[in-house]
Structure formats: structure tokens, C-alpha cells
Write a protein that binds this ligand. Structure first.
Ligand code: PLP
Ligand code: SF4
Length: 328
């Protein structure tokens, strides 16, 4: 078959994958940084558009810190493990994580457009969860036979990295399941690779005939470039509900003022803040953790300065719990 490489696929192929190249591009001496030596798993990956939002010469840039592999990842923290949220125990059938009543997560791919060092999925056996066409049939059968499922959440990895053919097929199948009330997509792609949000993709989402909720993932106001803003406007024009979730990250967004600015900018783009997550305790991520008392202070600051609808819900995930737990 003759596959045309689209602009977003080209941009993804040109993403930074080498730490030294990234540092030199940003005019930072890699020798001056405590970089993680000789690692192969979960390599660096950052699209150029996201790098363009970073400040050259600043090793403490809040966007750079989210993607730079540091030696600190090797430090052991008590209680940090490979699958802190218990997702592997909740795999109902390959690719389907059924943890919460009425909602299932469909892991459309293990791949992501950016590799976030704080992510709990960094240690995940992606290959096993990835959906082949046969496994996809099983996944649909699972959802179809359970009328109590009202919402399918496309997740990953990042579900919007799935190519148009496969994603179109998947969405069309979901659109045909009468008991589904909504389709939700959790994706960092609109923020880190906005060119992926094409008119064709929006059409395929709308063709499902179901209300679509797109939950973005921005952690810092600097991530919201003009291009991201224009993509959000187009999504809104298509009637797609836009929400945002963030992870509270030490040295990156752990202050009330930064998060207030994030909420204001999200709203300006037609996006409402949804969740602010305490870090999941995944191995290799302990240096990003913000303690609960500080987290509550930050959210308190937001409450004192913003309308209630611009304050995200502070939550944490606990393996075995029936829902994400509010921290209050
Ligand atoms: C977060 C999550 C959901 C969705 O939870 P909401 O509170 O509805 O946003 C569903 N399934 C899994 C496994 C999740 O981690
Ligand atoms: S799943 Fe989300 S947070 Fe994790 S690496 Fe992928 S894009 Fe980043």
C-alpha cells in the first residue's frame, strides 16, 4: 500500500531523541548537567514544537525538566514501584483496563509523542497491552457485552499517535455501540504535537455520533503555544469538550501562581482544568514528588485567587480504590 507520510508523522520522526543534541540545540553544556548515564529503556523523546517553547540556556526550564533524563532517576525511594496504580491487575482483556464503574480505558497504543520522565507508564510492559487487530476484536466484545459501560476512554501511551486508518476503525466501532454515552480521549498530543489534530481526525471523532471529551495534559502555562491555542479553538468549534489534567511536579509547577496562570490560559483557549494529580509512586520518579501538605497549600492559593471552576480537583490514585481519591 502507498502510505503518505503526513506532516505530524514527519514531525514525530524528527523529534529529539538524543540528549546531547537537545542540550546543544538549547545552548546548554550537557557536561554541566547530572545526566542519566547509559540508559536504553524509556529514551529521550521530545517533538521540536515543544522544544521551541523552552528557554535557551536555561537548564531549569520547566518544560526541559519534564523530559531530561537525570541521574536522580536511579535513586531509590521507599514505596516506589513499577505499577503503583495497580493497572496490571485491572486488565480485563488485553488492552482494556476496567478499574472504575461505568468507564473503561482502552489502551490504543503504547507509544507517546513525548517521554515524560515523571510518568507512571515509563515502566510499563507496553508491548503486552498494545492492541493488535485480533485483540481489538476481544476488546470490542468485552465492551459490547457490558451495557453498564457508558464511557470508553482512549488512552495509552497516547491514543492520538494511532494512524488515521486504525483510529478511524476503532472510533467507528465504538460509535456503533449503542450503550456508550460518551467517548473520551486522554492525550498529550494536542499540546506537544498539535499538527496531529487534523480536520480528518476531527471528522472521525464527530462521525462516532457520540459526545467527545478530550482531556489534554498540560503542566505549565509555557506549554500553551499559539499553535496549541489555535488547535483548541478548532476542537471547540467542532463541539468537543476540552478538559485538562496536570501532574503536580516539584521544581516545575509546584507553586500557586504558576498553576493560576495555567488555569487562566487554559480557559482563554476554551479548556477547563479537571484534575491536578499527585505524582504516582513509580520507580525512577521520586525526585518529582510534592508532599501532600504543600499540594494542599498550592490548591488553597488557587481557591483564593480563581473562580471555583478554574481550580482543578487535587487527586491521587490508589491501587484498588473505586475512583481517584480527592486529597482534601
Ligand atoms: C483515571 C482513570 C479513569 C477515569 O477516571 P475519571 O475519574 O472518570 O476521570 C478510568 N480508568 C482508569 C484506569 C483511570 O486511571
Ligand atoms: S503517557 Fe502521557 S505522561 Fe506518560 S509519557 Fe506518555 S504522554 Fe507523557
Amino acid at each position: 500500500m502507498d502510505y503518505k507520510i503526513t506532516r505530524w508523522q514527519q514531525e514525530l520522526a524528527e523529534a529529539f531523541s538524543d540528549v546531547e543534541t537537545l542540550c546543544r540545540h538549547l545552548q546548554i553544556d550537557p557536561e554541566s548537567l547530572p545526566l542519566l548515564p547509559n540508559f536504553k529503556s524509556f529514551p529521550l523523546r521530545v517533538p521540536r514544537g515543544f522544544v521551541d517553547c523552552m528557554e535557551p540556556g536555561n537548564p531549569d526550564d520547566p518544560l526541559l525538566k519534564q523530559v531530561l533524563p537525570l541521574r536522580e532517576e536511579l535513586r531509590h525511594y521507599p514505596g516506589y514501584k513499577h505499577d503503583p496504580v495497580g493497572d496490571l491487575n485491572a486488565v480485563a482483556t488485553p488492552g482494556v483496563i476496567h478499574k472504575y464503574r461505568g468507564r473503561v480505558l482502552l489502551v490504543a497504543t503504547g507509544a507517546c509523542a513525548v517521554h515524560c520522565r515523571y510518568c507512571f507508564r515509563r515502566n510499563f510492559p507496553y508491548g503486552e497491552l498494545q492492541l493488535s487487530i485480533q485483540k481489538l476484536q476481544q476488546a470490542f466484545a468485552y465492551i459490547e457485552s457490558r451495557p453498564e459501560i457508558s464511557e470508553v476512554i482512549l488512552s495509552g501511551g497516547d491514543p492520538l499517535l494511532v494512524n488515521d486508518d486504525k483510529l478511524g476503525h476503532l472510533l467507528a466501532r465504538l460509535g456503533g455501540i449503542a450503550h456508550l454515552k460518551r467517548i473520551r480521549v486522554h492525550s498529550r498530543v494536542p499540546v506537544v504535537l498539535p499538527s496531529r489534530i487534523t480536520p480528518l481526525l476531527m471528522d472521525k471523532l464527530l462521525e462516532t455520533g457520540k459526545p467527545i471529551v478530550l482531556v489534554l495534559h498540560a503542566n505549565h502555562p509555557k506549554e500553551l503555544s499559539a499553535e496549541v491555542g489555535s488547535i483548541c479553538a478548532q476542537l471547540r468549534q467542532h463541539g468537543i469538550t476540552l478538559l485538562n489534567q496536570s501532574v503536580l511536579l516539584k521544581g516545575i509547577n509546584d507553586d500557586g501562581e504558576t498553576l493560576c496562570r495555567l488555569s487562566e490560559q487554559l480557559f482563554a483557549h476554551g479548556v477547563l482544568p479537571y484534575y491536578l494529580h499527585l505524582l504516582d509512586h513509580a520507580s525512577g520518579t521520586g525526585h518529582f514528588a510534592v508532599d501532600e501538605a504543600r499540594a494542599k497549600q498550592i490548591v488553597q492559593h488557587m481557591h483564593c485567587n480563581l473562580p471555583g471552576y478554574l481550580v482543578p480537583k487535587l487527586v491521587e490514585e490508589q491501587a484498588g480504590a473505586a475512583h481517584k481519591l480527592p486529597v482534601c
